[in-house]
Design a protein around this ligand. Structure first.
Ligand code: CA
Length: 358
């Protein structure tokens, strides 16, 4: 009896030493740049929260707060920087006003495809540059899912030449907007909630959003018949932000769990968005058989490429790091594209020739 009591005492003492770190429940909050029900964009945030709770046996709780709660879609970086939220889920190119180099971690016109870009992130210099750019904000940035090639947008009228772009009123944000402005487009900024009505009433002539999975929820296909293929956002990557101090304080096992969960959730979003685009496109086409999928004529695409180079050059001249990353990005793209063409491109071309998958 005495002996077993002793063992029990020893065991309790051991548990008291071993338990405190794991016994304390960690409670974090994550702010989103979009509503928390806007899947697939919001899916990675919801998944990370769910997985962290399960993997930690309820000891690591992340409360997800969408823009419907925070009312500050574009305040996410500041909120994570200040530590009022330990995590954020957003898009890096929302911060080009703070630093144009944030654009590299979303996408650029005529840039890499999703596979090429992930290769640059994880096996090239992408993550190294992401850390460098976000260090000054006191946050870590991680990939949070990719939309794949985004569509060029919904147009009320067909674009037959560069001339047709002159004076065209279009919602197209970011670097692509700057490119379009150079080609004479009247680039407008309209809140998401007013886009459908603006397009329907002809207040704007065109807009770009994402692709079928996201576009179907906005209903643009009901009011604009031309759906143009993409050039401007070939691989838009979303982003997780983590407050550095909060992350560095975590026990190692939670650091590993969290980084693994973020990576898995990012991959999952790409797959979910792909699958939902497949079904959304079928549905749209069935409801509105007159939707015409168009590619811009070659001279228009060439003008877009030329204007893109001009925009990139103007930033490279002003910003040393921009020039450094652009040089690295282009060099990686050049060698990665050789393999993309040899593999995916020629496979798809050959499949089309023989009627496979049609
Ligand atoms: Ca877009």
């Amino acid at each position: 009896m005495k002996k077993s009591f002793k063992i029990l005492m020893l065991l309790s003492a051991f548990l008291l030493i071993a338990l405190p770190a794991s016994a304390k429940t960690i409670r974090w909050r994550m702010a989103l740049s979009w509503p928390s029900n806007l899947t697939p964009l919001a899916s990675p945030a919801l998944e990370v929260a769910k997985w962290m709770k399960e993997m930690s046996h309820g000891k690591f709780i992340i409360r997800v707060e969408g823009s419907e709660k925070t009312k500050a879609a574009l305040g996410v970086l500041d909120m994570v920087k200040s530590g009022s939220y330990q995590m954020g889920n957003s898009g890096s190119y929302y911060w080009i006003g703070k630093d144009p180099n944030t654009v590299w971690f979303t996408t650029v016109p005529w840039g890499m495809t999703t596979a090429e870009q992930y290769a640059w992130f994880y096996y090239g210099n992408g993550m190294k540059y992401m850390k460098k750019v976000y260090d000054k904000f006191g946050v870590y940035s991680f990939p949070a899912g990719n939309t794949g090639v985004q569509m060029g947008g919904w147009f009320r009228k067909e674009i037959k030449s560069v001339k047709d772009l002159k004076g065209l009123k279009m919602r197209i944000p970011g670097f692509a907007g700057k490119v379009m402005a150079r080609l004479g487009v009247n680039v407008v900024n309209i809140p998401a909630g007013e886009l459908y009505t603006s397009l329907d009433r002809g207040t704007i002539d065109a807009l770009e959003w994402v692709g079928p999975a996201m576009d179907i929820k906005m209903g643009f296909y009901k009011v604009a018949p031309y759906y143009y293929t993409g050039w401007h956002e070939p691989a838009s990557e979303m982003q997780f932000l983590v407050n550095k101090k909060a992350f560095n304080k975590l026990p190692k096992k939670y650091k590993v769990m969290l980084t693994t969960a973020m990576k898995a959730a990012a991959a999952d979003m790409f797959i979910e968005n792909f699958a939902k685009s497949v079904t959304a496109w079928q549905k749209m086409k069935k409801q509105y058989p007159n939707i015409k999928v168009k590619s811009f004529p070659i001279p228009v695409l060439k003008a877009m490429k030329k204007a893109t180079d001009e925009v990139m050059n103007s930033y490279a001249q002003k910003n040393k790091l921009f020039k450094e990353i652009w040089t690295d990005y282009q060099a990686y793209l050049k060698k990665a594209r050789v393999w993309t063409m040899m593999s995916e491109y020629y496979y798809l071309k050959a499949s089309k020739e023989v009627g496979a998958g049609q």
